[in-house]
Design a protein around this ligand. Structure first.
Ligand code: ADP
Length: 196
């Protein structure tokens, strides 16, 4: 499996007339990390969300391994692509374990949640806690664990580490690079921070 993402001359205008993306083309190489860097409002999130069809382009196309995403079922597409947002985007009313396993079938759940939490450097004992009782960095780790739950080959990460303090942020960045070395995902990563 290759997992190459291509944007071909993509445009996006929102119904209110905002031109968020204009003639954008890029190939994100398989099994590597591609970072979209730019100031706030320049269209990064819009681009990312077009990959899993949360946003549809006005014109142009987005291809995964040469196949236009518009020909894929949106739900199947989203299940096959991990998505991480700021603060983890966790469900506050679900425990950590349930957050991680929400995308899995019942039988897969317990074991998988334990393994996933360990993979992102968390104590599996945290599985029974609610997100509000975790630190920002821990919440973000849970968000990454959840994105990895269906073992997707592609990970979309939207400012994933922006809400945590600089030291934890550095740790999370290093861990992501290590995970990437082990797992070889195709990562599309959005940030407004040049240093990151
Ligand atoms: P970034 O991720 O780089 O901060 P976005 O992709 O979120 O940028 O937004 C690009 C532009 O499109 C901004 O001007 C933003 O206000 C606008 N925008 C984003 N989503 C919508 C929407 N649903 N409706 C109208 N305008 C939007």
């Amino acid at each position: 499996m290759e997992n190459m993402i291509e944007f071909r001359s993509v445009f996006k205008s929102y119904p209110n007339g905002t031109e968020a993306v204009s003639d954008f083309s890029l190939t994100a190489q398989p099994n590597s990390t591609t970072v979209l860097v730019g100031s706030s409002g320049c269209g990064k999130t819009t681009l990312l969300r077009m990959v899993n069809r949360m946003v549809e382009p006005t014109s142009g196309s987005i291809l995964i391994d040469g196949k236009d995403v518009k020909d894929s079922d949106p739900v199947a597409l989203r299940r096959s692509i991990g998505y991480v947002i700021q603060s983890g985007g966790l469900f506050p009313h679900l425990t950590v374990g349930d957050n991680v396993s929400t995308v899995l079938s019942r039988t897969e759940c317990r074991e998988a949640a334990t393994e996933l939490l360990e993979r992102v450097g968390l104590d599996p004992a945290l599985a029974s806690r609610y997100p509000s009782l975790l630190s920002g960095g821990q919440q973000q780790r849970v968000g990454v664990a959840r994105a990895l739950a269906t073992d997707p080959q592609i990970l979309l990460m939207d400012e994933p580490f922006s809400a945590v303090d600089p030291i934890v942020r550095r740790e999370l960045q290093d861990e992501l690079l290590q995970l990437q070395n082990e797992l070889g995902k195709t990562i599309l990563f959005v940030t407004h921070d040049i240093a990151e």
